[in-house]
Design a protein around this ligand. Structure first.
Ligand code: HEM
Length: 147
């Protein structure tokens, strides 16, 4: 499936995504995402190796709450504070790009309704950029320009 054309789809409000996708859609999406993580050389080592199920559950319940479904995430975890919760992980632009790439692949697999897919794709890309907490490392040997 090619990514939906954002320009021609009617905008779907965030809090209506859950009604369209359902718990099952989020379950399929997050499962497809986490299936790729353990063997990923950049992202795999960042996740808790003994708590894949817990990690999957946290992301799934967060998305369900964020997009208009039951607020189980809030009851269990409180305010998401995603910048703070990601501070322990080194998120470079490369890590951000890989995360988005794997989530885009998961969206392909989950084959959600196009209007919901479009909202989620944009959301993931924006939040992932917001979560970058390290610049790209430039080694002095590469030079810093012409100065
Ligand atoms: C930019 C690249 C990202 C990296 C490298 C990253 C990495 C991680 C890691 C290692 C965890 C801990 C897993 C756990 O035990 O829960 C985590 C948790 C989480 N991430 Fe990310 N993440 C990224 C982007 C995002 C994005 C874009 C979202 C928003 C949809 C997100 C939402 C979450 C949530 C909700 C949790 C669980 C927070 C909690 O309640 O503790 N992450 N992330």
């Amino acid at each position: 499936m090619t990514p939906p054309d954002l320009a021609v789809l009617p905008a779907l409000p965030d809090d209506e995504v859950y009604a369209l996708v359902g718990e099952d859609g989020f379950r399929r999406l997050v499962a497809a995402f986490y299936r790729q993580i353990p063997q990923d050389p950049i992202l795999g080592p960042m996740y808790p190796p003994d708590d894949w199920e817990g990690a999957e559950e946290r992301l799934r319940e967060f998305l369900i709450f964020r997009f208009g479904g039951p607020t189980i995430y809030l009851a269990k975890r409180g305010h998401p504070r995603l910048r703070m919760r990601h501070a322990p992980f080194v998120i470079t632009p490369a890590a951000r790009d890989r995360w988005v790439e794997l989530m885009d692949a998961a969206l392909e697999q989950a084959a959600l309704a196009p209007a919901a897919d479009a909202v989620l794709r944009r959301f993931f890309s924006e939040i992932a950029t917001f979560l970058i907490n390290r610049p790209t490392l430039v080694s002095p040997a590469q030079g810093y320009g012409t100065r």
